[in-house]
Ligand binder design. Structure first.
Ligand SMILES: [Zn+2]
Length: 220
């Protein structure tokens, strides 16, 4: 007997719709509009580590604003002997539903884009509660959302962008959510133009953990 014939027509229709929805798993309609390789970021005099970034513009952020932020990020990370050798800036058109940071949808987006990490997403905002201006997902806090490991999500309206990106990348590279209350430290809880310093101990952790997790590469 055909099971569907035994069901009430409405239930049969709903069941059919549900089956369609569940089985569809269609790829997200994402379009990479263009890709720019940024290679002229400030470098420390003696670099010991190289970092490559993927930067995804999900909401028409002005390219000049992202570029300026990355310059400041590179300068800050340079304190630890890190040179940002290359940042690939991708302009991506995603469905409206996927332009904000929102764990289930951002997982879909990250899975579909399948970019090398670390990756920094410039989003339309956040749908997370509590709503942070920026979030970093390392290894330790990605067990239930592996697609988001080693990613940073910046919400529109975040201030001191370059410092925010450096702060969040430091969380990712150290694989730690720890903050440091020392005056002027990059890892102070609140991001301000004065908070840009990293201690030797923090640099050591950034470099060793970043290397171990394959996010940094040693340079001669
Ligand atoms: Zn933080």
């Amino acid at each position: 007997m055909n099971v569907r014939q035994s069901l009430h027509p409405l239930i049969a229709t709903l069941t059919a719709l549900l089956i369609t929805a569940v089985s569809a798993h269609e790829p997200l309609p994402l379009r990479i509009e263009h890709r720019t390789a940024i290679r002229d970021l400030p470098a420390p005099a003696a670099a010991t580590q190289a970092l490559e970034l993927r930067v995804i513009n999900l909401d028409q952020w002005p390219e000049a604003e992202i570029h300026a932020a990355l310059r400041s990020t590179a300068q800050i990370l340079g304190q630890c002997g890190i040179r940002v050798t290359r940042a690939d800036l991708l302009q991506v058109t995603a469905p409206e539903t996927h332009r904000h940071f929102d764990t289930p949808r951002s997982r879909e987006l990250a899975r579909e884009l399948a970019l090398p990490k670390p990756a920094v997403f410039f989003t339309a905002g956040t749908r997370q509660i509590p709503a942070f201006d920026a979030e970093a997902i390392g290894r330790g806090n990605s067990r239930t959302r592996p697609e988001l490991a080693d990613t940073v999500w910046i919400a529109k309206g975040a201030r001191d962008l370059g410092i925010v990106v450096a702060h969040e990348l430091a969380h990712v590279l150290m694989d730690s959510g720890e903050h440091k209350s020392d005056t002027g430290n990059l890892m102070a809880e609140s991001t301000t133009p004065q908070n840009t310093q990293l201690t030797a101990v923090q640099c050591e952790r950034i470099n060793s953990t970043g290397r171990r997790n394959g996010l940094l590469r040693g340079v001669d």
